[in-house]
Design a protein around this ligand. Sequence first.
Ligand code: ADP
Ligand code: ADP
Length: 245
Amino acid sequence: TPLLEVTDLVRHYALPRERLFGTPPMVKALNGVSFSVRPGRSLGIVGESGSGKSTIARLVMALDKPTSGVIRLLGEDLHALPKDALRKARRNFQMVFQDPYGSLDPRQTVERIVAEPLEALGETTRAQQRELAGESLVAVGLRLADLHKYPHEFSGGQRQRIAIARALITRPKLIVADEPVSALDVSVQAQVLNLMQDLQQQYGISYLLISHDLAVVNHLCDEVCVLHRGLVVERGEPQHLFAHA
Ligand code: ADP
Ligand code: ADP
């Protein structure tokens, strides 16, 4: 079974402000998108701003519900899972967001930030969480001493490493990464992408990588879907799409 299988995904947003004037106008963010990610493979979703990329990320992480269509995680219909089963399924699917500062709570230590997915699963003690958070930090090239620091003490690239450490802590099979390097300087981008590539090889992690930048996708993915106005208009190997760009 694929890790992730998305079939005919549709998401239309109603604009409530306009309801007084008859049928609400719809923003047709996704209009029937299908793709799948097999174990050990990584898929890129590229497209210009407004093409529907973040909507896909939110739906796949169950932060939002589709208008229609099905998302299967390891064969299970994500939006049909009871809350508890969804919480357990989350172990296999983690997310890394674009803005590493915004997504790291400034009042929490790195230890608590990185351990948060374990805390949410509720199966480990504080001591176990501390140990696993330390392992995760080391896996992304940070130090055990960093567990006691706060996000503002780190550079942008280091903060994104912390966000990756948090995603790694449950040993996920798939990481959904929404613009994971676009807030970083170009030289730092390459370091973070190299780290993500190492993790892919070392732990067999798959990425669903969302980016406006084909070069970023080319670094990590063996397949790309090009999204335009909520539809996949092209798909193939990134090098192949590069040749046509
Ligand atoms: P991308 O990530 O490719 O920039 P998005 O998925 O953020 O695209 O947005 C796709 C379309 O859906 C855009 O036209 C956007 O304005 C619209 N949209 C996204 N979220 C909402 C929302 N909560 N309500 C209304 N429209 C939205
Ligand atoms: P295990 O510890 O289950 O035998 P491995 O032998 O694959 O797993 O890994 C050796 C070490 O690598 C582990 O102790 C752990 O620190 C780290 N590791 C393994 N998988 C991951 C992962 N997905 N994320 C972060 N660290 C990992």
